[in-house]
Design a protein around this ligand. Structure first.
Ligand code: GTP
Ligand code: MG
Length: 203
């Protein structure tokens, strides 16, 4: 899929105020600093459409971006960020959970995990929660530029081993790097396919 346009629509902390209408949307979620905002910029060929930072906790709201005038990408705050106050953390968790529970336009989530890290309980728990709530998701391994090809395969296999302790099958996954654009076409083609299915579904 070619990205012809990508524009910021709105930020907010209340799922009820997110864009109305029926455009299909895809949300990026994962721990703070895993590379959600960078991935959105990489996929849309834009340097700073989504705000990124070396310091965790940069994205603090639900951010909608309109792509090709036809579908939305959603950048969310990270979960598991330790350095914010307990109150702020609760608020984040509440609106992230509400976003996933209530947002009917969501076609699929992408759960981002840093390919260099062993499976973290918070990520596994979040995937479990998505599964229990019937919310489709894929895993996106980020920062693949930090590892050699052999190590990438080893880390993915190790992740799969852990997931298969609780999941019947390995969820769909992508290996990506926002630095060298690994995985860009695969993710965009996947979204394009899902967008096509959505159109077939609507009479
Ligand atoms: P929060 O908004 O705080 O939840 O973080 P985020 O998940 O949106 O992460 P962000 O995109 O802001 O990136 C965090 C840091 O990781 C930045 O310093 C990025 O430059 C770096 N980063 C993101 N993706 C990659 C990648 O693919 N490769 C490398 N080497 N660094 C990356
Ligand atoms: Mg961010």
């Amino acid at each position: 899929m070619k990205i012809k346009s990508a524009e910021f629509v709105m930020s907010n902390s209340d799922v009820a105020k997110c864009p109305k209408g029926k455009l299909p949307e895809y949300a990026f979620i994962g721990r703070s600093n895993v590379g959600k905002s960078s991935l959105i910029n990489m996929l849309t060929n834009r340097k700073s459409l989504a705000k990124t930072s070396g310091r965790p906790g940069k994205t603090q709201l639900i951010n909608h971006f309109l792509i090709n005038g036809d579908w939305h990408l959603v950048d969310l705050p990270g979960y598991g960020y330790a350095r914010i106050s307990k109150n702020a953390k609760k608020t984040f968790q509440k609106f992230i959970t509400q976003y996933f529970a209530l947002r009917e336009q969501l076609v699929s989530a992408f759960v981002l995990v840093d390919i260099r890290h062993k499976p973290q309980p918070i990520d596994l728990e979040f995937m479990q929660w998505l599964g229990e709530n019937g919310i489709p998701f894929s895993i996106i391994f980020t920062k693949a530029d930090k590892l050699k090809p052999q190590a990438i395969l080893r880390e993915v296999a190790a992740y799969q081993t852990v997931l298969l302790e609780t999941w019947e099958e390995m969820p769909n996954y992508f290996i990506t790097s926002s630095s060298n654009e690994t995985g860009k076409d695969a993710v965009l083609e996947y979204i394009d396919g899902l967008n096509g299915n959505m159109k077939l579904d609507t009479p």
